[in-house]
Design a binder for this molecule. Structure first.
Ligand code: UGA
Length: 406
């Protein structure tokens, strides 16, 4: 099948690569000329495990363009453009512009909306542009996006004329929920809000553990996670959720619900708890150091989570800024992110980063940082993501831990 993808960010590019691998011819379109040029040279502009390999192995089936006219030959076109928020409300302008591009160039194609959009968006586009609009939200995570797209837990498809989308994803063998556009749109928000709530829940328990001697949130998470109804996933306490999805989607979800007169109290609390995480961890660092002013701190990890170079809404980044704001000098290291935060010193190795500092903070859950267990640093180590084995670190301070030493 000839398939189009509009918007070549994490989701669009991964979708394009996996659909090419599945035997389709895929045309990717993006308004960013630099990105199109890089892609046309066969190079991925982003770091995502396996993406470069899948692109290279399927380069004959993949083409890239800055022009919507290239979509004329496609039977189905995915819309994977961003849906940012402006003052907490969703901004649909990129989705609308992409849909217009499709309606001018190939109105007969099925338009498949993968971007996260509030309920009613697909219907509005259908009514305004007379396109066959199918909703097909994505549930892939950065860092495992290729695997998640090849082997999804489920495929959600909403709309009237959905056969072509069912055909496209049949190769995954995943269960399909075929429903209305609005249900599909809402499933996406409810999924992200639920996962974000699980994270904030465990972070609240972490706060409690820190006040109760003899408790450890890691053990509590394990103890509750064995219950199949709770499940062990998304119960990792730490700096809170960042990234380009949970923070904006939870805000947009709350503000959408308000427009229909519903207060999403639980999601609101999840957002509030999440906003406190950086200052909470700052307090842990302060307790470990006595005071922050004039101290030098090594921060390991800048991306919003491991296995990605994405720093959007990264809590680690905010923590570096907060430390500097409180008078610390900060050195940083990240395995992938090579930009430096203004005012901080970016180092090219863990060794250089932790040299001559007063404290070390692990702020992203990269496995690479476990090497600290062998390095045996003498200064306090604040494990903001609970990556390390505390018994291997001399002066260990973990989020959600109040150990009683016997
Ligand atoms: C998230 C969802 O997991 C995907 O299902 C969804 O498709 C995607 O958003 C989206 O809407 O596009 P992603 O933002 O890539 O994916 O990353 P997650 O793995 O969900 O992590 C989000 C944040 O939560 C990270 O900052 C991570 O460190 C944090 N997190 C995650 C925790 O603090 N604790 C956990 O137990 C899990």
């Amino acid at each position: 099948m000839k398939i189009g993808v509009v918007g070549l960010g994490y989701i669009g590019l991964v979708t394009a690569a996996v659909l090419a691998e599945a035997g389709n011819r895929v045309v990717g379109v993006d308004i960013d000329k630099e990105r199109v040029k890089t892609l046309s040279e066969g190079k991925s502009p982003i770091y995502e495990p396996e993406l470069q390999e899948v692109m290279s192995a399927n380069d004959e089936a993949l083409s890239f363009s800055g022009n919507y006219a290239s979509l004329k030959v496609c039977a189905a076109i995915f819309v994977c453009v961003p849906t940012p928020t402006i003052e907490g409300r969703i901004d649909l302008s990129f989705v609308i512009a992409a849909s217009r591009g499709i309606s001018f160039n190939n109105p007969g194609a099925t338009t498949i909306i993968k971007s996260t959009v509030i309920p009613g968006t697909a219907r509005m586009i259908h009514e305004e542009m007379r396109l066959n609009v199918v909703s097909n939200p994505e549930f892939t995570s950065e860092g495992s996006a290729i695997q998640d797209t090849r082997h999804p837990d489920r495929i959600v498809i909403g709309g009237y004329d959905t056969n072509i989308v069912e055909d496209i994803w049949r190769f995954t063998g995943a269960p399909m929920i075929v429903t209305t556009n609005e249900n599909a749109e809402l499933i996406k928000y409810a999924s992200n809000a639920f996962l974000a709530t699980k994270i904030s829940f465990i972070n609240e328990i972490a706060n409690l553990c820190e006040k109760v001697p003899g408790t450890d949130v890691e053990v509590i998470a394990k103890g509750i996670g064995y219950d199949k109804r709770i499940a062990p996933y998304f119960l990792k306490a730490g700096l809170g959720f960042g990234g380009s999805c949970f923070p904006k989607d939870t805000e947009a979800f709350v503000s959408f619900a308000k427009t229909v007169g519903i207060e999403l109290g639980i999601t609101n609390s999840a957002i509030r708890i999440n906003k406190d995480r950086v200052s909470h961890v700052l307090e842990i660092i302060k307790d470990a150091l006595g005071e922050l002013k004039g101290r030098s701190v090594a921060v390991l990890g800048l991306s919003f989570k491991n296995n990605t170079g994405d720093t959007r809404e990264s809590k680690a980044w905010l923590l570096v800024e907060a430390l500097m704001h409180h008078g610390c000098s900060v050195k940083t290291f990240d395995p992938i992110v090579k930009v430096s935060i203004p005012g901080a010193l970016a180092c090219d190795s863990i060794e250089k980063c932790i040299e001559d500092v007063d404290a070390i903070v692990v702020s992203t859950e990269w496995n690479e940082f476990k090497i600290l267990e062998n390095m045996k640093p003498k200064v306090p180590v604040v494990d903001a993501k609970r990556v390390l084995n505390q018994s291997q670190i001399t002066r260990y301070h973990g989020v959600g831990l109040n150990e009683v030493k016997n």
